[in-house]
Design a binder for this molecule. Structure first.
Ligand code: CA
Length: 230
């Protein structure tokens, strides 16, 4: 299983570093932001699995940031835990209604925070379908395997991510720019042509299974995964 990446959004450096220390020790990968602006940049660049967002931040409240992130479709898989210094019931409800998955009240024991993180990640994982089927293809998200009629199809990591994204968003057209953002992460400096190269490789890998025409080119718009005829 891959390591989960956690974004810590907290302006108080000692607290941020303390959290990062405990998360790394528990086997997580961490990225840190001191304000909402940096957090949004890291979300696009690093594609974390979960964000810990402090309630009180210098440029925007953690609640506003949470609401903003949840309005953005590209963060639909992101888990959010709010860190709040307030024991106020109202704040907890507002946080959850704003789109947070859970909240932890400061001061907290690192062990408790880690348990909450694991619970949110587990829920997100079981919400994901473990095996996605479309036409002859079967994509096992837990095992990172793709097969057709029980026969494994070997894919490179990028082709796998591309296929997984397309299969979980079937019958919708994505432009090259959207695919770069969603599969590669925003602000990675690759050309749009790169998408075409990986689409070509993916189709080639799917040819033997006669699934190559599931990856459809939509002229002037981008690509679409569909088991129906283009
Ligand atoms: Ca703070």
């Amino acid at each position: 299983m891959t390591t989960s990446k956690i974004l810590i959004v907290e302006d108080e450096k000692p607290i941020r570093e303390m959290i990062a220390f405990h998360l790394v020790r528990a086997g997580f990968e961490t990225v840190e932001a001191a304000d909402c602006r940096a957090a949004r940049q890291l979300l696009a660049d690093e594609r974390p699995d979960l964000a810990l967002i402090d309630w009180m931040l210098p440029d925007m409240s953690g609640l506003e940031l949470t609401r903003m992130l949840k309005r953005d479709k590209s963060n639909e898989d992101l888990g959010i835990i709010m860190l709040t210094a307030r024991a106020d019931e109202y704040d907890k409800v507002a946080g959850l209604e704003g789109g947070a998955d859970d909240y932890v009240t400061k001061p907290f024991a690192p062990r408790e925070l880690i348990a909450r993180i694991q619970a949110v990640l587990r829920r997100a994982r079981s919400a994901d379908e473990e095996v996605i089927r479309a036409g002859v293809l079967e994509l096992d998200t837990a095992g990172h395997r793709v097969s057709a009629d029980g026969k494994e199809i070997r894919l490179g990591p990028t082709e796998y991510r591309l296929l997984r994204f397309l299969m979980t968003h079937a019958d919708r057209v994505y432009s090259r720019t959207q695919l770069l953002d969603r599969v590669w992460g925003a602000n990675v400096y690759v050309e749009e042509r790169t998408v075409d190269v990986h689409v070509r490789r993916l189709r080639k890998a799917l040819t033997e299974a006669k699934a190559d025409d599931y990856i459809q080119t939509v002229r002037g718009a981008g690509y679409r995964f569909s088991t129906r005829d283009a």
